[in-house]
Ligand binder design. Structure first.
Ligand SMILES: [Zn+2]
Length: 63
């Protein structure tokens, strides 16, 4: 389990005590003329549990 932090969620803006550091992932759905793709943002954000459930993200590499 990653360590959780207390603060404001960077996704929904709620004050939470279950924030985890991660990278947001922008997913572009596949269309008839364009393959789908996922772009991982370099910036580290802190998200609460509901946001981690609903939106794509990648964990921050430890160490
Ligand atoms: Zn949130």
């Amino acid at each position: 389990m990653p360590p959780v932090e207390i603060g404001t969620c960077d996704s929904c803006g709620d004050r939470r005590d279950d924030l985890v550091r991660l990278h947001r992932v922008y997913v572009t759905p596949e269309t008839w003329d364009t393959p789908g793709r996922a772009v991982v943002v370099d910036e580290v954000e802190r998200w609460c549990f509901p946001c981690r459930t609903h939106y794509p993200h990648e964990p921050v590499a430890e160490g």
